[in-house]
Write a protein that binds this ligand. Structure first.
Ligand code: NDP
Ligand code: 2IT
Length: 448
């Protein structure tokens, strides 16, 4: 049996109850076959695949907090520190009722390769909780965040592990967590990224994931002699990534016509009004029905099972920016039938494995999240650099570096795919390019 198949079997046997983690590992190991086959003896002897699929450590803890009725609530907290071969653990904190160990492990595993692709010195980790921020008062959010950080603070640090935002964790939550870390440790340090601009945050971090996604999409299209201007886009989600993807798409002359949240979606043939979307989502924290109520050109559709949602429209570019496995095989067939040119992932693992395969086999330009959404964590690493030198760079400087990083990522994944005879397979290219750097570091650092 090949080394890849052997390790895949072991990982499946050891983690049988973790479908998202197994999905992420299968995608990566399958696409690494050309590299592994070329170095099988060395990697096997050094147990590279066994080590890279087993987290350095996974921390799970109780998060007790008091709600507005005086009732004690208990959530489960997680931090999975996956691999720090090339730098301190780095990755977001997801607050969503669906969070479990499988989801945090899949995200942490992907973060290893994504962070390596950024060209910056950051390792892979992820954390979060099954806490649901929806409908909670600011005081309840603060109570949760303080309790969560009280335990998490034992395991993180500016040179150890630097968490950040993800689904459900934005500027407000990072603020409450930073305050609690500072209080416990007595140290003002860059222990989190996505901080406020007056206390160590970086300009352009808020925009970075969505903007980066469009910088990469534009580089991809240019390389195929396609002009992004005038292209229509289907975007899913209406959170941090989706909003700034829509904004940058418009700045580049494209026209996003959809967005969504967990209860429904918007189709707005005139193009999404991004100022209105920000008002509804960032300021009021309201549902998309409020967007539709204020915008005559927009249709609102309640989400129902088995419907294609934002993927049913005839568009040129698809930008999934909500959550994992939100674009399945049937959606992919619909997009292909409607002539979609590219699918570039703003979210982490939004496309199922069979849908990815179908898109690639049908000539759709497909770039997975590890490369396409790396702009967020790359800019987090730029925030860490600014914290280390105790300086703040201008918006233009950070945004310029972000654009350069995304163009370099595209060039590197494209080149890696060519080097291993799978030209145009950007999933393989990203996994290979990300993996090579981490493995070099692991081999140099010995058995650890
Ligand atoms: P937000 O919490 O800001 O927004 C998430 C959006 O996705 C919301 O519109 C939310 O709807 C929707 N959503 C979340 N979970 C589900 C679900 N289970 N079903 C349907 N819709 C859902 O998160 P982000 O924009 O930060 O994150 C979006 C994706 O991008 C995630 O996959 C995240 O891991 C990834 N990502 C984020 C980065 C960042 O810097 N923030 C960096 C790289 C990747 P509702 O509000 O109704 O729940
Ligand atoms: O998935 C991701 O890359 C993020 N949520 C951002 C992580 C970070 O450390 O900025």
């Amino acid at each position: 049996m090949s080394y890849v198949d052997e390790v895949l079997e072991q990982v499946k046997a050891k983690n049988a109850d973790q479908p998202e983690f197994l999905q992420a590992v299968s995608e990566v190991l399958d696409s690494l076959r050309p590299v592994i086959d070329a170095n099988e003896e060395l990697y096997r002897k050094n147990a590279i695949l066994e080590r890279i699929t087993e987290p350095d450590r996974q921390i799970m803890f109780r998060v007790p907090w008091v709600d507005d009725n005086g009732q004690v609530q208990v959530n489960r907290g997680f931090r999975v520190q996956f691999n720090n071969a090339i730098g301190p653990y780095k990755g977001g904190l997801r607050l969503h009722p669906s969070v479990n160990l499988s989801i945090i492990k899949f995200l942490g595993f992907e973060q290893i390769f994504k962070n390596s692709l950024t060209t910056l010195p950051i390792g892979g980790g992820k954390g979060g909780s099954d806490f649901d921020p929806k409908g909670k008062s600011d005081r309840e959010i603060m109570a949760f965040c303080q309790s969560f950080m009280t335990e998490l603070s034992k395991y993180i640090g500016a040179d150890v592990d630097v968490p950040a935002g993800d689904i459900g964790t934005g500027a407000r939550e990072i603020g409450f967590m930073f305050g609690q870390y500072k209080r416990i440790q007595g140290s003002f340090e860059g222990v989190l990224t996505g901080k406020g601009l007056t206390w160590g945050g970086s300009l352009a971090r808020t925009q970075a994931t969505g903007y980066g996604l469009l910088y990469l999409t534009n580089a991809l299209l240019k390389d195929h002699n396609i002009d992004i201007a005038g292209k229509t886009c289907a975007v899913s989600g209406s959170g941090n990534v989706a909003i700034y993807a829509i904004e940058k798409a418009q700045q580049l002359g494209a026209k996003p016509v959809t967005c969504s949240d967990s209860t429904g979606w918007i189709y707005d043939p005139e193009g999404i009004d991004v100022a209105l979307l920000k008002e509804v989502k960032e300021v009021k924290r309201a549902r998309l029905t409020e967007y539709a109520a204020a915008r005559p050109s927009a249709e609102y559709h309640e989400k129902k099972n088995g419907e294609h949602g934002v993927w049913q429209y005839k568009v040129d570019l698809a930008l999934p920016c909500a959550t994992q496995n939100e674009l399945d095989l049937e959606d992919a067939k619909m997009l292909v039938a409607n002539g979609v040119i590219s699918v570039t992932e703003g979210a982490n693992m939004p496309t199922t494995l069979d849908a990815t395969k179908y898109l690639q086999e049908n000539g759709v330009l497909f770039v997975g999240g590890k490369a396409a959404n790396a702009g967020g964590v790359a800019t987090s690493a730029l925030e860490m650099s600014q914290n280390s030198e105790r300086l703040s760079w201008s918006f233009e400087e950070v945004d310029g570096k972000l654009k350069g990083i995304m163009e370099t990522i595209y060039a590197n994944i494209s080149d890696a795919a060519k080097r291993y005879g799978v030209e145009g397979d950007y999933v393989a290219g990203a996994n290979i390019a990300g993996f090579e750097k981490v493995v070099d570091a692991m081999l140099a650092q010995g058995v650890c």
